[in-house]
Design a protein around this ligand. Structure first.
Ligand code: 3PG
Length: 410
């Protein structure tokens, strides 16, 4: 992939204004708005510092969570954490292209950094449209005249074709930041060298992404096994005909995934030997963890895969030569339900196979277990990483490639 898009090395940014899209979407305590994990912000320090040291005026554009979620907050706290991590003041303005935002941009001096407001506060950001239409969005029309370069370092959001990720690349010189560059190089290189048996361990809450990935990696023959856990596993269990209890069905419905049950039914018919779902699960009863077989799940919320399942999954992972994991197996923040996630991470760390762990929660769990150096690559991206591994093109990366193919800036 190297050479297909511009990088920071290709542009002289001294005295120029750079719009830098980063992904600092972080776990936030919804009551206090305190940021619980700064891993993603730490990763971007390299790109921001490099641009600032080279004398660019750096405008940061980022999102936090999704509309309707409890942690859909402003980026005020993020600016404070970034100030600490960068050891330089990160100015913050609580809008994106209002007059105060434009004044703040115009007041920036070379080497200074300004964080704009959560870009998902801007309604057009959620629209899915062709790049040409995204480039016509008001945010692009308002900010483009103020910038010289667009740099995309938001690998973790690169699978989204949203305005802030693809809208500026049509007419502004655009490059990948250091995080984007590194992630693409490592992951594409791994994909070129996949050794069998190859295992995908897919858990977490973004079940639609994971189910799409399960389908693609079974279809294109990359995966020998897809080990399902978390909400993904519950959907597969329902698809396999198990009674997972009304409370768990209601939860699937509340997350908008009820249609995925039919998709999973089809996948189980097409790939019965590849897709593996739990044989037991853990529920909470009288404040205790109770492991129950999947053919006898009472009407209690499922919070983890069961111990027999995690032992089986661990064995498969230990024998694998390539392992990709994304999403925790359960509510690992609660020690009663962290066994599945910890067993999966433990077996990945002990396996001799090449391993990539997708970002977000399972990445944070890997770091908190002190295993980040025992895994070959902990990606900053969850969905982006797993989509790339599934052989899908990432909209934001395609936009950067297209920018280079159409424009010569030297
Ligand atoms: C992530 O956390 O995976 C990225 O920030 C993308 O977030 P999204 O799934 O809400 O688009």
């Amino acid at each position: 992939m190297a050479g297909k898009f511009y990088t920071i090395d290709d542009f002289d940014v001294e005295g120029k204004t750079v719009l830098l899209r980063i992904d600092i979407n972080s776990p936030v305590d919804p009551n206090t708005e305190v940021i619980l994990d700064d891993t993603r912000m730490k990763l971007h320090v390299k790109t921001i510092t490099e641009l600032a040291r080279k004398g660019a005026r750096v405008i940061l554009l980022a999102h936090q969570s999704r509309p309707g979620k409890k942690d859909f907050t402003t980026l005020r706290q993020h600016s404070k954490v970034l100030t600490r991590l960068l050891n330089r003041k990160v100015h913050y303005v609580d809008s994106i292209f209002s007059t105060p935002a434009k004044i703040a941009i115009n007041n920036l001096r070379p080497g200074e950094v300004l964080l704009l407001e959560n870009v998902r506060f801007f309604a057009e950001e959620s629209l899915k449209r062709p790049v040409e239409q995204q480039a016509q969005s008001i945010i692009v029309r308002e900010l483009s005249p103020l910038i010289d370069f667009f740099v995309n370092d938001a690998f973790a959001a690169a699978h989204r074709g949203q305005v802030s990720l693809v809208g500026f690349t049509l007419n502004t010189p655009s490059a990948a930041g250091r995080v984007m560059e590194h992630e693409l190089n490592v992951i594409m290189n791994t994909l070129d060298n996949v050794e069998s048996p190859c295992v995908f361990a897919l858990g977490g809450m973004k079940a639609d992404d994971s189910i799409m990935v399960a389908e693609n990696v079974c279809k294109n023959g990359t995966a020998d096994y897809v080990l399902t856990s978390g909400l993904v596993a519950n959907i597969f269990l329902a698809a396999a005909g198990y009674d997972i209890g009304q409370v768990n069905m209601d939860f699937i419905k509340s997350q908008g995934y009820i249609d995925q049950i039919d998709v999973c039914k089809r996948l189980l018919e097409e790939y019965p030997d590849n897709i593996i779902y739990p044989e037991d699960v853990a529920i909470e009863k009288d404040e205790e963890r109770v492991d129950v077989p999947v053919d006898n799940i009472p009407n209690y919320s499922i919070f983890d895969i069961g111990k027999k399942t995690s032992a089986r999954y661990s064995k498969i992972i230990l024998n694998a030569k390539t392992i990709f994991a994304n999403g925790p197996a359960g509510v690992f923040e609660d020690p009663r339900f962290s066994i599945g996630t910890e067993d999966i991470i433990n077996s990945i760390a002990s396996s001799k196979g090449y391993s990539i762990i997708g970002g977000g929660h399972i990445g944070a769990a890997t770091v908190s277990m002190g295993y980040e150096n025992k895994v070959d690559h902990v990606s900053s991206g969850g969905g982006a990483c797993i989509n790339l591994l599934a052989g899908k093109k990432l909209d934001a990366v395609e936009a950067l490639i297209d920018n280079k193919s159409r424009h010569v800036y030297h």
